[in-house]
Design a protein around this ligand. Structure first.
Ligand code: ADP
Ligand code: MG
Length: 233
């Protein structure tokens, strides 16, 4: 069953008088529970596509169903609410708040959720996630006191705090050495296979993409090819 269905998505940025067409009509289905890698050269539109898939941005035209609901019908508030409930983001540059502890960073998205959790419950949930990513002894550290790999673990815990169905990871290992990349990749694999979280992961590394069940290639704003879905990853 499809969790994500993008149909003929076009995206054009407008810079003053200049139109910058980026997505030229992308159609893509992602099944619930899939682990998909997205590859393509720099500037091909990967981040643009991820931002649309994650409801951070809107397409210029085309249709998008997320979990069966059509997104272009929603207003900004409804879209933000859906994003918070459904989607976790992980970025290449971690994007943690600098003067804020690991625990506070992980708890942050709960401020925008509509769960009626007490402060104590929020904290418990965040601590459990930091334990899950192997950072139980780092919860009061600031990002600057953590290695790149540890910061990305905090970012993954933060992405999971609202129990999303899909994780969108935009070059999550792009700033990490190969050993750390492998550890982070194992974490995504486990979240997919054990927790059933649907994952779309952008990468330039064919070795990383191999861990996914399917690789989709984008070129000049169009899906170029897609490998067939492998199960049992
Ligand atoms: P990728 O992630 O594959 O490197 P992007 O989706 O980031 O590609 O960018 C695709 C193209 O869109 C690039 O030419 C980039 O300069 C342009 N672009 C991206 N974001 C914006 C924006 N906010 N405004 C204008 N142009 C943008
Ligand atoms: Mg990008």
């Amino acid at each position: 069953m499809e969790l994500i269905e993008l149909r003929d998505i076009q995206k054009t940025y407008h810079l003053g008088e200049v139109d910058v067409p980026v997505l030229m009509g992308v159609s893509l289905n992602v099944l619930r529970g899939e682990f998909m890698a997205l590859m393509g050269s720099s500037g091909s539109g990967k981040s643009t596509l991820m931002n649309i898939a994650g409801c951070l941005d809107r397409p210029s035209s085309g249709q998008y169903w997320l979990d069966g609901g059509e997104i272009s019908m929603l207003n900004a508030t409804e879209r933000a609410r859906l994003r918070n409930r459904m989607v976790g983001f992980v970025f290449q540059t971690f994007n943690l708040l600098p003067r804020t502890t690991a625990l506070e960073n992980v708890m942050m998205p709960l401020n925008y959720a509509r769960d009626n959790l007490t402060e104590h419950q929020k904290r418990q949930r965040a601590v459990a996630l930091l334990e899950r990513v192997g950072l139980a002894d780092r919860i009061d550290h600031l990002p600057s006191q953590l290695s790149g790999g540890q910061q990305q673990r905090v970012a993954i815990a933060r992405a999971l705090i609202n129990r999303p169905q899909v994780l969108l990871a935009d070059e999550p290992t792009g700033n990490l050495d190969s050993r750390t990349s492998e550890e982070i990749l194992q974490m995504f694999r486990q979240l997919n296979s054990k927790d059933g979280i649907t994952i779309i992961l952008v990468t330039h590394d064919p070795g990383i993409a191999k861990a996914a069940g399917r690789t989709v290639y984008i070129k000049d704003g169009l899906i170029e090819k897609s490998s067939s879905i492998r199960s049992g990853t």
